[in-house]
Design a protein around this ligand. Structure first.
Ligand SMILES: [Zn+2]
Length: 103
């Protein structure tokens, strides 16, 4: 669960969606699983997929204190991808959890 891996990010996002009047997203955020971590290789990227199939139909950009956090939604309004850019704190936690580095 997202709550196990990135509890601070989850709370930050839950707070921000409420601030921005997107309250219904909070419950969805709390139910998210990380399906896979983005493998684009960008040093600034700590994005991850939360659905097996990522088809972005719309998005909600959060007013994050640091970096960029964008919630991507599919056509049925479910969260399928979380874009996280410029957040070394999140990247560190993801890498530690998934140990994506080989060797
Ligand atoms: Zn990426």
């Amino acid at each position: 669960m997202l709550n196990d891996v990135l509890p601070d990010l989850l709370e930050e996002m839950a707070y921000l969606v409420k601030q921005q009047g997107a309250d219904p997203l909070e419950a969805k955020l709390r139910a998210l699983r990380i399906e896979s971590v983005c493998d684009c290789g960008d040093e600034n990227c700590a994005s991850f997929a939360t659905a097996a199939e990522v088809k972005v139909a719309s998005y909600v950009e959060l007013q994050a204190i640091e970096g960029q956090v964008i919630i991507d939604l599919n056509a049925t309004g479910e969260i399928c991808f979380i874009e996280v850019l410029g957040r070394p704190d999140i990247k560190y936690l993801l890498e530690e959890y998934y140990d994506t580095t080989s060797g």
